[in-house]
Ligand binder design. Structure first.
Ligand SMILES: NC(=O)c1ccc[n+]([C@@H]2O[C@H](COP(=O)([O-])OP(=O)(O)OC[C@H]3O[C@@H](n4cnc5c(N)ncnc54)[C@H](O)[C@@H]3O)[C@@H](O)[C@H]2O)c1
Length: 391
């Protein structure tokens, strides 16, 4: 296999970063974009970024020149050389991705690994368009790809074991930390993280506590780098709602992933978070959060109390349940789930390890208690908590 040549399709936020990672790892990289001049502009921007690394002493001028020299804009998929790997990073649209994979399937050798950086589309659905679909995998990089170590290597229904092993090895060679997951809605990180946001939103909605107090508890008592509500303001309420809605739709509208009226209301009101100056919180013109003082007395009363009003216990129980369920259904290993959540979201602990220290039986009882208080199907202990699948 000719792994020397790599191509990246789509020179946007993700594609350009992935191209830099591949060129830094020593590959000749062709970068294609549909917008005339966009691949050239991205290559120039990457050159500027490399110059800044040289200025900071993090890269030698020779290495920067060599990396820059390996990056080449290309006019179209048809013009690409035969590659060992092609990574597609065009917008999240199944028809568009299928069209590109159809073209790649026809123009690249049967041995070329064809990867998609999709965050939410079923890899198997993309592979349907391709001759030799066994060579199609997901390589889900995180933003920004130059900085984030995690890559979810996604197997579609027809991805071959050999191609997956090669993709995993290649990501290691690029200095990344690959984890494996099946093409299940949200993969690992975007699936397991759902209750982190959903539980906090439900607690604000129900008046358990104000946002600042819930965020304070998750940060100060839980060790999370950001509270869930401030994090959704940072991500963008619209972006976070879209990811949640996609998982909800793809799971046949499973109650576990149902978006909240609270978040829908924010999006409808244009309160999208930091980028609009208002979201859950209000931000001053310089981006500083206005107000947002927690009620520390309330926080002390809630933590350690009944699970339905303890933001930390309730959130962690749901994260453990979600992670255990993914493992129990055989979508990913316990070790990979923990690595993915720590590297992809900077959670203080992997949820499986967290569940192990709390006791999976304890977590199962907490979810049963939540189901008793809030019936309707959202709170269902995963069989994996008690059947010995995770231990
Ligand atoms: N932005 C993120 O945080 C993030 C993280 C992980 C994965 N992803 C996924 O990566 C993919 C790209 O996301 P992005 O944020 O880089 O998008 P983006 O909009 O920044 O870039 C997409 C690029 O693709 C180009 N493009 C559109 N149609 C094309 C075509 N037919 N041929 C070639 N290029 C074409 C666009 O001109 C644009 O430059 C999506 O599937 C997204 O879900 C995004």
């Amino acid at each position: 296999m000719n792994l020397t040549d790599v191509a990246v399709i789509g020179a946007g936020a993700m594609g350009a970063g992935i191209a830099q990672v591949a060129a830094t790892a020593g590959h000749r990289v062709s970068l294609v974009d549909a917008v005339p001049g966009a691949a050239e502009a991205a290559t120039d921007r990457l050159g500027g970024g490399l110059d800044r690394l040289v200025a900071k002493g993090r890269l030698t001028a020779d290495d920067a020149a060599a990396i820059r020299g390996r990056l080449t804009p290309a006019g179209s998929v048809a013009e690409l050389p035969d590659c060992g790997l092609v990574i597609e990073a065009v917008p999240e649209d199944l028809a568009l991705k299928r069209k590109i994979f159809g073209e790649l399937g026809g123009s690249q050798p049967a041995s070329t690994i064809l990867a998609t950086n999709t965050s939410s589309i079923d890899v198997s659905a993309i592979a349907e368009a391709v001759i030799h679909p066994e060579r199609v995998v997901g390589l889900h990089f995180f933003n920004p790809p130059q900085v984030m170590a995690l890559v979810e290597v996604i197997h579609g229904a027809r991805s071959s074991a050999t191609v997956l092993d090669e993709a995993v090895e290649l990501m290691r060679a690029w200095g990344k930390t690959p984890v494996r997951c099946s093409s299940t809605p949200g993969f690992i990180v975007n699936r397991v993280a759902r209750p982190f946001y959903g539980e906090a939103q439900r607690m604000v909605e129900a008046g358990v506590a104000d946002a600042a107090t819930i965020d304070w508890i998750l940060r100060e008592k839980g060790g999370f780098p950001m509270g869930p509500l401030e994090l959704t303001d940072f991500i963008g309420q619209d972006v976070n709602l879209a990811v949640g809605t996609s998982v909800w739709e793809q799971t046949g509208r499973d109650e576990r992933y149902a978006p909240t009226e609270f978040q829908r209301g924010l999006v409808e009101a244009g309160r999208l978070g930091r980028k609009t100056g208002q979201g859950v919180y209000t931000y001053a013109a310089d981006g500083v959060l206005v107000g947002g003082d927690p009620d520390l007395g309330l926080a002390e009363r809630l933590v350690g109390g009944p699970v339905e009003t303890d933001p930390l216990a309730r959130t962690v129980a749901m994260l453990v349940n979600e992670a255990a369920d993914l493992v129990g259904r055989g979508e990913a290993t316990a070790a990979d789930v923990d690595i993915a959540m720590v590297l992809g979201t900077r959670y203080p602990r992997g949820p499986i390890e967290w569940g192990r220290s709390l006791g999976f039986a304890v977590v199962s009882r907490q979810i049963e208690e939540l189901d008793r208080v809030f019936p309707g199907g959202r709170y269902r202990p995963s069989p994996a908590l008690l059947d010995g699948t995770v231990q």
